[in-house]
Design a protein around this ligand. Structure first.
Ligand code: PSU
Ligand code: MN
Length: 302
């Protein structure tokens, strides 16, 4: 592959052989969860993907290259380093040129996955349009509108303006598929208030829709929204209260821009006594499992 794209041998072999690969992001490791849950979860996700018959490819920027697949000590570094950059699309050039280490957001992971030839990517939740009139909208939306990668996630979390996030995805031409549901999953809860654009029941149907979407010549990505497992769902009232509290704290502390999402995640984990973190771990594991099934089904259509 062209520099600075740097897949592991395992990932390169799988891609060359048309075997299923699932991309994973690294901002969830460096900025989305506390240590040691972050590194433990990152390892568990790779195990889940392998157990399902696909190759995991966790993405990060290290030493001037875009790594597609990481060694275990890279995961540890991403999960413990105090100075890990959160790399959105705009940051890619600066971090590559600087030669340091950076964790990729959903946006940058979508970009890297597409460059590498990976079509399925599992994460926790996508970024979206933030509440209020500050004009903060995640580059995750930009990436979904631009590159043909399916992002398997628990929807987006209610810290965002979910109706506006769905409208933005519609404007970009990004399908929002519901995994066995007609409602957009809302991260810590299964949702119910907002519709998806189409429902898919199982990996074969999901792969058929994706294959038809891209086969028709569309070049946009897709969201596959997977509801959090029922037994892991957080209490909605507790979450709502923690969100309200977190948003107020962010405003009081003058947290803006790219610092907002990590701040809110940490605040909400704290405010719920770790309950939101347990839910986060459960849902991202479920997403990795589903993404693997879909990647396997997609590989079989080729
Ligand atoms: N949602 C989560 N956990 C996360 C993130 C989002 O549930 O860790 C991270 C992802 O990497 C996502 C990024 O791409 O936050 C979005 O940040 P922003 O809103 O600044 O675009
Ligand atoms: Mn932002």
């Amino acid at each position: 592959m062209e520099p600075p794209l740097c897949p592991t041998d395992e990932v390169a072999d799988a891609l060359a052989g048309g075997r299923p690969v699932v991309a994973l992001e690294s901002t969830i490791v460096s900025h989305g969860m506390p240590h040691p849950e972050n590194v433990d979860t990152a390892r568990a996700l790779e195990d889940i993907v392998r157990a399902g018959g696909a190759v995991p490819a966790t993405v990060a920027l290290i030493d001037g290259s875009i790594r597609i697949g990481l060694a275990d000590d890279d995961l540890e570094r991403l999960g413990t380093g105090a100075d890990i950059a959160k790399v959105s699309l705009r940051d890619v050039g600066a971090v590559l040129a600087g030669g340091g280490i950076g964790a990729t957001t959903v946006a940058t992971t979508v970009f890297a996955a597409h460059r590498a030839g990976i079509r399925v990517f599992a994460t926790g939740g996508i970024g979206g349009v933030h509440r209020g009139d500050g004009g903060d909208a995640s580059a995750d939306l930009t990436a979904l509108g631009r590159w043909p990668v399916a992002v398997v996630c628990a929807g987006a979390k209610a810290v965002l303006d979910l109706p506006r996030t769905l409208e933005a995805l519609e404007t970009l031409g990004v399908p929002v598929l519901g995994w066995g549901t007609d409602a957009l999953p809302e991260f810590w809860t299964r949702g119910g208030g907002l519709p998806v654009s189409a429902r898919v029941d199982g990996p074969v149907e999901a792969a058929a829709v994706l294959d038809a979407h891209w086969g028709a010549g569309l070049t946009t990505g897709a969201v596959l929204g997977v509801p959090i497992p029922r037994e892991a769902e957080a209490d909605p009232a507790t979450i709502d209260a923690a969100i309200a509290d977190g948003l107020a704290a962010a405003e009081a502390a003058n947290v803006t821009g790219y610092a907002v999402t990590p701040f809110l995640l940490a605040h909400i984990a704290d405010a719920t006594g770790g309950a939101s973190l347990a839910a986060n771990v459960a849902l991202v594991r479920e997403n990795a499992r589903v993404a693997t099934e879909v990647a396997v089904a997609l590989a079989a259509t080729r």
